[in-house]
Design a protein around this ligand. Structure first.
Ligand SMILES: [Zn+2]
Length: 166
């Protein structure tokens, strides 16, 4: 059995217990969304999730259903919501592990940084009178494509002023 299958079995169990406790209806959509999320590596937006659902899983779901299900999974502590940019990003957190995220302040891209050194450092952090459930560190900055766009814009602005001076 693969690791994501193990995570999915654990996730089904936790979601079922949560919905039973709250008397929430168990729909096939909710479990299908959970399955896709458990097999998704890293951070994703609602748009990206919808694309995977439709293209790979051939499962049509509305944005409202996705949004409501993500909220439910968040309440059940199965998903963590990263509200860093204009669009919220989500991540499966059934087996949370320390990580570092790069956030582009211009386009809103969120990407995981592969750094075992920082991850190890994060995993060792302990706070008095505070339990860390999600050890995540965010680095804000500019992604490569935004950097390129910025330099093109700057070059154009420079040429414009040169032409105006002539
Ligand atoms: Zn960017």
């Amino acid at each position: 059995m693969s690791e994501s299958t193990d995570i999915y079995s654990l996730a089904i169990q936790r979601l079922t217990e949560y919905m039973n406790g709250k008397n929430i209806r168990k729909t096939p959509e909710r479990f299908e969304i959970l399955r896709i999320i458990c097999h998704t590596q890293g951070i994703f937006s609602i748009d990206e999730l919808q694309e995977v659902m439709e293209k790979k899983a051939k499962f049509q779901v509305s944005r409202v259903t996705l949004f409501n299900t993500l909220k439910l999974l968040e309440d059940a502590s199965l998903v963590i919501k990263h509200t860093l940019t204009r669009a919220a990003h989500y991540e499966c957190c059934i087996t949370p592990h320390p990580m570092v995220c790069l956030v582009c302040q211009k386009c809103g891209m969120v990407r995981k940084l592969e750094s075992s050194k920082i991850e190890n450092w994060l995993s060792e952090q302990k706070c008095k009178q505070f339990i860390i459930t999600q050890p995540v560190l965010y680095f804000h900055g500019l992604c490569r494509s935004c950097m390129v766009k910025n330099s093109i814009r700057n070059r154009k602005a420079k040429t414009k002023t040169k032409i105006q001076k002539k």
